[in-house]
Design a protein around this ligand. Structure first.
Ligand SMILES: [Zn+2]
Ligand SMILES: [Zn+2]
Length: 290
């Protein structure tokens, strides 16, 4: 008998909303003791069909299977955007179907590819944000303050947060002691990683100024389809590999875009990331599929 799959929203450790999807049909929030531990995936580009990866659904499925096979179940999996390539309804359906195989609760942020045409309606319908939020939100779990930002709603050439979101972030962070570990997610890099290719957020410095007083901040993004680490004061940045295809290193090509590798090399250039926090310090492990 074919097992039915259910998609439900579950309130997860307070303010956060996660999608807990299990093959058995019972939505549940994973409750795993120990240090904060989660997985980041990014840039699945479902619907992309060019030579850089003719089977993006297959490599996203590979990510789901690898994450489910981890020796320790992550407390959540966050997808940091570009779930789809062209924000089409059938692409969101395919992505949701594959991601519904995850055992851990899932949180999804939009990338600019998920809001093409300037409207986030298809994304927000596929992955509804926390009720009452405008798409960005925060939550606390195991002594860590997590912030999910959206810097693609006004995307043209680079990320933008906007005054409403920055005012919200200031209010959100204000009551926290400097000792509270903070983890921030966004699709586009918040710092000037490579502005010539738009790999930056126009008003990202205003967010970083609000984060500068904390002892340990980790900022994780996607969008650039490769691992690049950086630090400014107590803020540590790490962009993630895609599950779909790599892009050139900054400045090594005329422009950003899909980088086609020999077939046997693609799986070594895409993957997922596990993050474990110990007293606020993030142990980041990037795992490729090959
Ligand atoms: Zn992307
Ligand atoms: Zn992107």
């Amino acid at each position: 008998m074919k097992r039915r799959r259910f998609l439900e929203h579950v309130g997860w450790t307070g303010a956060g909303v996660a999608y807990a999807m299990t093959a058995g049909g019972i939505a549940r929030a994973a409750s795993v003791p120990g240090d904060p531990y989660f997985v980041q995936i990014s840039d699945s580009h479902i619907g992309f069909k060019l030579a850089a990866n003719p089977d993006v659904a297959g490599t996203l499925q590979r990510a789901v299977e690898a994450i489910n096979a981890l020796p320790r179940t992550p407390q959540f999996v966050i997808h940091t955007g570009d779930v789809t390539h062209l924000a089409k309804a059938e692409q969101f359906d395919t992505a949701k179907h594959i991601l519904s195989g995850l055992r851990a609760p899932l949180i999804v942020l939009p990338g600019e590819h998920d809001v093409l045409g300037g409207t986030p309606a298809a994304f927000l319908s596929a992955f509804p944000p926390q009720s009452g939020s405008q798409g960005w939100f925060s939550w606390e779990a195991l002594g860590v303050h997590y912030v999910a930002l959206v810097n693609v709603f006004d995307y043209e050439r680079m990320g933008v947060l906007g005054n409403d979101q920055l005012a919200w972030l200031e209010r959100d962070l204000a009551p926290l002691p400097a000792s509270r570990p903070v983890v921030v997610f966004a699709h586009v890099p918040l710092y000037a990683l490579y502005p010539a290719w738009g790999w930056t957020t126009a008003d990202g410095a205003r967010a970083l100024a609000l984060l500068a007083r904390f002892d340990a901040v980790t900022v994780l993004n996607g969008h650039i389809h490769q691992v690049i680490e950086h630090a400014e004061g107590n803020i540590r940045f790490a962009s993630a590999d895609a599950t779909a295809y790599p892009q050139p290193a900054p400045g090594t090509a005329a422009q950003p875009g899909p980088k086609t590798l020999p077939p046997d090399q693609l799986l070594r250039a895409i993957g997922y990331r596990t993050v474990e926090l110990d007293a606020g310090t993030a142990a980041i492990r990037d795992v490729t599929f090959g």
